[in-house]
Ligand binder design. Sequence first.
Ligand SMILES: C[S@@+](CC[C@H](N)C(=O)[O-])C[C@H]1O[C@@H](n2cnc3c(N)ncnc32)[C@H](O)[C@@H]1O
Length: 249
Amino acid sequence: MNNDWFLDEQLWLEFYSAMFSPAQFALAAEQIPQIFQLTGSRASNILDLACGPGRHVLPLAELDCKVTAVDASAYLLGKLEENLQVTKSIHPVEIIRADMREFLRPESFDLILSMWTSFGYFENPGDDQKVLENIYQSLAEGGKFLLDVAGKEYIIHNYEPLLTREMGNADLLIEEPILLDNMSRLDNQWTLVSGENVFRTSFSLNIYTAVELQDRLFAAGFSTVQVFGDLDGCEYNLDSDRLILVATR
Ligand SMILES: C[S@@+](CC[C@H](N)C(=O)[O-])C[C@H]1O[C@@H](n2cnc3c(N)ncnc32)[C@H](O)[C@@H]1O
């Protein structure tokens, strides 16, 4: 497997319509009030790190927020630009193509988002730590970081070697996950059946428990880290298919 699978533009192009369906955009818009509630403020200067086609950027741009949108994929940022043309944003969105291992803007944001498992991609877990350190440094004093991933507890508790999922647009996604390296890593093979087309991809993620991520966030410098089982602020437990952490600088 290519270690930098996430930089493969073909992957995002082929899986775009299955992953970023209108329903997924609508869901992200519904999440914005929850994000503000959970982070305790209606932040004004926001970084969406690994923003993709802008599921969260678009509704934020329609509010009175200054949004910086960072992603490594030219294809997905192109989709964001297309989407922004039909959005009534008060402030222009700043779009930056950058790798999260390198993006750093000291003390600039009061909220940084990493949504929908956009963390844990790097073969060297030291790179994941570097990303958290960059995020810490890019936050203003008192600023918040919200991290939304699938937790290791849920992944292991619900592990099945073969999963099929019907996507909203009638596509069928077949997942073949394998747990590796003492269950610290998840390799996955996805096969997408879309009409007459079949697309395949493989990817690999570092997976973390709530406590492992908390420790990493403290090591990056954060002063408090709260854990939730969803954006509605519920408790994290074995039924939580999302692991949400809110860290304060
Ligand atoms: C699962 S998508 C999530 C996109 C978006 N956060 C959302 O909620 O729809 C993961 C995103 O991470 C981006 N990404 C992957 N590796 C990256 C890197 N090294 N630096 C910046 N962005 C990266 C991808 O291009 C993709 O947009």
